[in-house]
Design a protein around this ligand. Structure first.
Ligand SMILES: NC(=O)c1ccc[n+]([C@@H]2O[C@H](COP(=O)([O-])OP(=O)(O)OC[C@H]3O[C@@H](n4cnc5c(N)ncnc54)[C@H](OP(=O)(O)O)[C@@H]3O)[C@@H](O)[C@H]2O)c1
Length: 278
C-alpha cells in the first residue's frame, strides 16, 4: 500500500496496463505520475543515467518493462531500477511480469532482493494483444496465421490487471505477494478465432504455421530487432503448455472472477477498433 501522498510513478504509463492504471488513479483522486520516453522528465529503459530524475519523490513504482521483461536485459534492468529506487528510499515496487518465463522470474527475484515491499503481478497473455498489439493485424485481415497449434492460453484482460494494480497499490496486505493473473478459462487460438468471428459477424480463421518460416518471414520485414526473439520466446517457450492452467490471482486480490474473453470481445467491438469499413 502507498499511504503517503507521494506520487505513484507508472513506468510505461501510456501502455496497455499503465494507461488503465492511470485512469483509475485519476478517478480515485490519487497522486500519480507517468514515466516513459515521452514524459517530462523522460524515462527511457535505454538510458539508465536519467532514471533517477523520473522516479525522484515517488511513494511507489508500477513497473512495466519495454518491450518484454523476458527478453535479454529485461531482468537486469528492472533489478537495477529497483536498487536505484531503494537507494532513494522508495521501497514499494509493483512489477508486471510474465508467466513461465525464466528470464522474467529472474527479474522478479532481482526486484524482490532490492526492495522490501514488492508485489509481483505475473500475467498470462493479454486479451488486448488482439486489439492494441501484435495480433490486431490478424483480426483485421481475417487470418491469425500463428505458430500456436492446439495449446490453450488463459488470456487475461488488461482491465483486470489494472484493477489488481490499483488494489495492491492503494490497499494494505499485498506486500511480498506474487499474484498469477489469468482469465477465467484457457482458450485455443482456434476458439479465439471462433469467438471473434461469431461476434464480429465475419470470418476470422486461425491458421497454424510452422515456427521457423514464421520467424524467417518476420526477419525479412522492416521491424525492430527485438521482434523475432520476442516471437520465438512467446511461441516456442511461453506457449508450450506450461501456462495453460487457470490461476486465481484476480479473485485473490479483487474477490471476484476475472473478465471473460467473450466480454472483452463485446466491449472492444463497441470501440470500433475492429471495424473494416466493409
Ligand atoms: N502483452 C502480453 O500479453 C503480456 C503478458 C504478460 C506480461 N507482459 C509484460 O507486460 C510488460 C508491458 O506492459 P504493458 O503491455 O502494459 O506496456 P506496453 O503497452 O507494452 O507499454 C507501452 C509503453 O512503453 C513505453 N515505452 C516504449 N519504449 C520505451 C522505452 N525504451 N523506455 C521507457 N518506456 C518505453 C511507451 O511510451 P513512450 O512511447 O512514451 O516511451 C508506452 O507508453 C512487458 O514487460 C511484458 O513482458 C505482457
Amino acid at each position: 500500500m502507498t499511504s503517503t501522498n507521494k506520487p505513484i510513478v507508472i513506468l510505461g504509463g501510456g501502455g496497455k496496463t499503465g494507461g488503465r492504471l492511470a485512469e483509475r488513479l485519476e478517478k480515485l483522486g490519487r497522486n500519480y505520475r507517468l514515466a516513459s520516453r515521452s514524459t517530462t522528465p523522460a524515462f527511457d529503459w535505454e538510458n539508465a543515467g536519467a532514471w533517477g530524475e523520473a522516479i525522484d519523490g515517488a511513494g511507489a513504482l508500477y513497473v512495466t518493462y519495454y518491450p518484454d521483461i523476458g527478453l535479454p536485459g529485461g531482468a537486469e534492468a528492472v533489478g537495477e531500477l529497483a536498487r536505484l529506487a531503494a537507494s532513494k528510499g522508495i521501497q514499494r515496487v509493483v512489477l508486471l511480469s510474465g508467466r513461465g518465463e525464466e528470464a522474467a522470474q529472474r527479474g522478479e527475484a532481482n526486484v524482490q532482493a532490492a526492495v522490501q515491499d514488492w508485489t509481483i503481478l505475473r500475467a498470462s497473455w493479454f486479451n488486448q494483444n488482439f486489439s492494441e498489439s501484435f495480433l490486431l493485424d490478424g483480426v483485421m485481415t481475417g487470418e491469425l496465421a500463428l505458430p500456436a497449434g492446439e495449446i490453450p492460453e488463459p488470456f487475461v484482460d488488461a482491465e483486470d490487471i489494472a484493477d489488481v494494480a490499483v488494489a495492491v497499490l492503494t490497499q494494505p496486505g499485498h506486500e511480498r505477494q506474487v499474484y498469477e493473473l489469468t482469465g477465467p478459462e484457457s482458450l485455443r487460438f482456434v476458439e479465439v478465432a471462433d469467438i471473434l468471428s461469431d461476434h464480429l459477424k465475419r470470418n476470422i480463421r486461425f491458421v497454424p504455421v510452422p515456427l521457423e518460416p514464421f520467424l524467417a518471414e518476420l526477419a525479412s520485414m522492416p521491424l525492430p530487432d527485438y521482434v523475432v526473439p520476442l516471437m520465438r520466446m512467446l511461441f516456442a517457450d511461453v506457449l508450450d503448455g506450461r501456462n495453460a492452467v487457470v490461476q486465481d490471482g484476480v479473485a485473490r486480490v479483487l474477490g471476484r472472477a476475472p473478465r471473460s474473453f467473450q466480454e472483452y470481445v463485446a466491449r472492444t467491438a463497441e470501440t470500433g477498433v475492429w471495424d473494416t469499413g466493409a
